[in-house]
Design a protein around this ligand. Structure first.
Ligand code: GLA
Length: 584
């Protein structure tokens, strides 16, 4: 008998009436040294439960290898939650959406071109089962049946928005059960259209995902499931941002009023997000509805706890609402954490990027990033042009996702998947000129039918209609600053080629700070080897969150990979985030 059970209109936990007051907190979006702090703040807001997805793509980076340490030490996160007296809802996917690279589906799945993701295709279910064989044994001690904090486990994620292969959902249910998951299972689906029909399973609790129109959404859920607890599986209290789009915010009073409606209706809730955190490194996903749009680095989400873990207006408003319906700890609301004093960092050393490419695959046409076995990062392509003159460089099939073209090392233009750009007018300086194309994977689509779409150059290239052949394709994973990068003192303040830039700064007492890069264009940043994520002057995000635990007393190291150019050798550390002007 699972610890959490259902009655015709509610939950029982160990036989006692229970309402789930949960908040989403993705351990993989928060520095592990800050997990305990965020969990404590969840309890102090009045939550009794936290919810997290489990990102398959990070936990099984290569087939058969399970990673469960550092940022991915989920058992430790579960122990910390238990120590705080919090229950946990686990959402192991295999698909998690979450504005996360590929919705958590590993890039290596699509090396089998025929595979039908998120279906009962045995090519898919077999690798899912193999993953669960690795993942679940270390988690079983943390299930409530073994005295652990996990009281419920989700099957798939909003499956009704994607497919209607019930045999697949049944397979997942059996896979969890047969591997020892005896706790309550649930699904979550949007409450529109057929979602609640296609995504649900008999005998598995259905929950709804919505952020407003509470009464109508609960009524739809009740229609789809005449008996059982009403639960909002994701109560959207904010939203995420895309590069080039507005910065989303939601009025705290408006979100709090909807939370009050939900709780007054007797429903359980999972606030999405309680604390959003950061898409560190290259973990952001992308949407592709009408066009491809990648998600920014910050996952602040306008959540109750800001990206840097400080209580924002929603924290106070939600705590007040929760107190009307349930006991809230009689302890003071935590104060914002200290921030580093503002400072300027001089990037004194440089190493150009393109010379770092080595070990090419030679083929008549460029090879995609997927063909090169690349999870994330960049691909570089090199060939020579047959003759001098102006012409049209055409990329059949487009680029995945952003290509910078160079002729004899000089920038010739940029093509973006976002703008459906496939053709670039160029002037080839001489016969035999070197054509180079640097392509950035800006994040895999995490929602809808384009999950798993390929990256890099996606087909043959022509110059003025004639095939351009004989390409060297290079994988540039650049997970860290390559040891082969030859840093030399910067000779000029400005720099107009893709390059690594390095500098140091002094810290007395480590604390959170925000990296601001006016004058820089587009790239990525690392502090002491910790990969902060991507920056881009397109915005809306203008600062990158630097978690205090990534810093150390004394000398700290800042590295930028700047893809275009900078007019200044300086970066700034500020004491407040700038996520862009809020959408009106
Ligand atoms: C859905 C998904 C989540 C997330 C939100 C939007 O509800 O289930 O993973 O993508 O949308 O933030």
């Amino acid at each position: 008998m699972p610890a959490l059970t259902t009655t015709p209109d509610g939950f029982l936990l160990h036989g006692e009436p229970f309402r789930i007051l949960s908040g989403a907190l993705h351990y993989f979006r928060v520095h592990p040294d800050q997990w305990a702090d965020r969990l404590r703040k969840a309890r102090l807001m009045g939550l009794n439960t936290v919810e997290t997805y489990i990102p398959w793509n990070l936990h099984e980076p290569e087939p058969g290898t399970l990673v469960l340490d550092g940022l991915l030490d989920l058992p430790r996160f579960l122990r910390l939650a238990a120590a705080e007296g919090l229950h946990v809802l686990l959402r192991p996917g295999p698909f998690i959406c979450a504005e996360w690279d590929g919705g958590g589906l590993p890039h290596w799945l699509t090396t089998d071109p025929g595979i039908r993701l998120r279906t009962s295709d045995p090519r898919f279910t077999e690798v899912v089962d193999r993953y669960l064989d690795l993942l679940l044994p270390p988690l079983l001690p943390y299930l409530a049946a073994s005295g652990g904090p996990v009281i419920a486990v989700q099957v798939e994620n909003e499956y009704g928005a994607y497919g209607d292969d019930i045999a697949y959902l049944e397979h997942l249910e059996r896979s969890l059960r047969s591997r020892g998951v005896g706790e309550l299972l649930f699904t979550c689906d949007q409450t529109d259209g057929d979602h609640l029909k296609n995504g649900v399973l008999p005998g598995v609790l259905a929950t709804g995902t919505f952020g407003s129109r509470v009464d109508r959404s609960l009524a739809r859920l009740r229609e789809a499931q005449p008996e059982g607890p009403l639960m909002c599986g994701e109560f959207w209290i904010g939203w995420f941002d895309h590069w080039g789009g507005p910065h989303h915010g939601r009025d705290a009073a408006d979100a709090a009023a909807d939370l009050d409606r939900l709780l007054a209706a007797g429903a359980s809730v999972n606030i999405y997000m309680f604390h959003g955190g950061t898409n560190f490194g290259r973990t952001n996903g992308a949407n592709h509805h009408h066009t491809y749009v990648p998600t920014v680095t910050s996952y602040d989400y306008d959540a109750p706890l800001t990206e840097s873990g400080d209580p924002g207006p929603k924290y106070h408003a939600f705590r007040e609402v929760i107190a009307r319906h349930a006991p809230v700890p009689d302890e003071p609301v935590p104060a914002p954490s200290p921030k580093l004093p503002p400072a300027t960092v001089r990037l004194t050393h440089r190493a150009p990027l393109l010379p770092l490419a080595d070990r090419p695959v030679h083929a008549p046409d460029p090879r995609s990033a997927d063909d090169l076995g690349l999870r994330a990062g960049y691909t570089l392509y090199r060939t020579t042009a047959p003759a001098a003159g102006t012409g049209l460089l055409h990329f059949t099939g487009g680029v995945g996702d952003r290509a910078q073209v160079f002729l004899d090392g000089a920038p010739a233009g940029v093509l973006e998947r976002e703008r459906r750009e496939e053709t670039l007018p160029v002037r080839v300086p001489r016969a035999g000129a070197v054509v180079e194309v640097l392509v950035e994977n800006m994040g895999r689509v995490n929602y809808g039918p384009r999950i798993g779409a390929a990256k890099g150059l996606l087909g043959p290239v022509t110059l003025d209609g004639a095939p351009l052949r004989g390409w060297d394709s290079y994988a540039l994973p650049l997970d860290d600053v390559p040891a082969t990068a030859r840093f030399a003192p910067a000779a000029t303040p400005a720099c107009a080629e893709p390059a690594f830039h390095r500098g140091t700064f002094e810290v007395t007492t480590p604390a959170d700070t925000f990296l601001s890069l006016p004058g820089w264009t587009k790239g990525e940043a690392w502090v002491n080897g910790f990969h902060l994520g991507r920056y881009w002057n397109r915005g809306p995000q203008r600062t990158l969150y630097v978690p205090g635990p990534a810093l150390r007393p004394g000398t700290n190291d800042l590295v930028l990979l700047e893809l275009h150019g900078t007019i200044t050798p300086e970066a700034h550390l500020t004491d407040a985030p700038d996520l862009g002007p809020a959408a009106s």
